[in-house]
Design a protein around this ligand. Sequence first.
Ligand code: MV4
Length: 451
Amino acid sequence: MFSRILIANRGEVAVRIIRAAREMGIETVAVYSTADKDSSHVKLADQAICIGPPVASESYLNIPRIISAAEVANVDAIHPGYGFLAENAHFAEVCASCNIKFIGPSVECMNLLGDKVSCKQLAIKQKVPTSPGSKGAIDSEDEALKIAKQIKYPVIVKAAAGGGGRGMRVAHNDIALRKAFQQAQQEAQAAFGNPTVYVEKFIEKARHIEVQIMGDEHGNVVHLWERDCTMQRRHQKLIEEAPCPILTDDERKDLCAAAARLCRAAKYAGAGTVEFLMDGKSRTFYLMEVNTRVQVEHPVTEAITGIDIVKMQIRVAAGEKLPFTQKQIKRNGHAIEVRINAEDPARNFTPSPGKITNFDPPGGPGVRVDTHCYGGYVVPPNYDSMIAKLIVHKPTREEAILGIRRSLREFNVQPIKTTIPLHQDLMVNGNFRRSDIDIHFVERLLEHKPG
Ligand code: MV4
């Protein structure tokens, strides 16, 4: 096992990783930008090293500075958390060349699954359902039009290097597709330095359902069941839950097995997530992408399975075998997570950074709050606006909803604006309660109720 690890991240996830490491007897080294000098992760780690100014490119995204800190602190491994460098295969390569274990899947795995074209080709080979479309990359407008003629409109043009909603365009006819193709290519080149795009059928009224995967370096891959992340706005998830409330046991088994099959074929080691779209009408599944990191919403899976995903990441990175078989991974009850962001929902979610004078999180049975905030903390304007995650685990979904409502009432954050009132509204929304929603639900809801 490692003696000391560096956490190449900030915020609640840095705190989450420090806690896991400490319970495992592993020393922790935090890195921080000058904007984060008073953040909890700096105080909780055994050691903290300032790596630069607030702008992420000169701190949390700066590979030489993070590697320097790791060398100075003499760590065995680096945990990248989520965001920042978590899915950067080049960073994982640099870690390896410095004899530092990157806590995540292999470089080969990150490259294979991170490229959506090669990922989709592997999925097709493994009989994992994908949206009909081009066999691989598309080089010309005419080729895109030919595919669209076969699969019919609407179609979506996606960047091979994209993900999380960046570098994609929907088209409903030939003229729009020509434009979408050019735009997607240019955007992909500008954003990822890779213009490769592909075309597939656009799934309307979809749900977002994802499967948690864990693999080890001995060829074992299991799934930890699924999460429903349909409640989102502009590719930012708002509410996540496990299990997905609308799946039958047969659908669940098929979906989770397909995700595990894909990762087994990729020789996946570590924690990963296979994202799917579910067509609400036909109930058909289509692979969307694979995320080769621990995700923000991992706690709902931890709640229903009783497995500590971050500890498991560290153990398999240290070469240990998974301590359970697929059959031993049971589901228990229902968990819901709501993301509390420092944003004003009444003003189109404009960021609301600044000093938090009062920060009183809820507690009680089945309630978990993951946060780096405290009374007196100043939310810097430089990073994403998530200040806390509230996770409630209860025997049933109805009880979990009641637990979230009660916890949100207790949660006192002053004086900055947060998404707490929005979540209170969503918890009593009839569509949410019936889980009768698709990925466009929040946008539709807010359009109809301005201000
Ligand atoms: C799609 C799609 C519909 N059909 N692919 C968005 C993020 C990126 N991972 C892929 N995304 C989508 N891919 C096909 N074939 C709709 C989306 C999509 C979406 C997916 C999940 C959550 C929110 C979304 C919002 C808009 C579009």
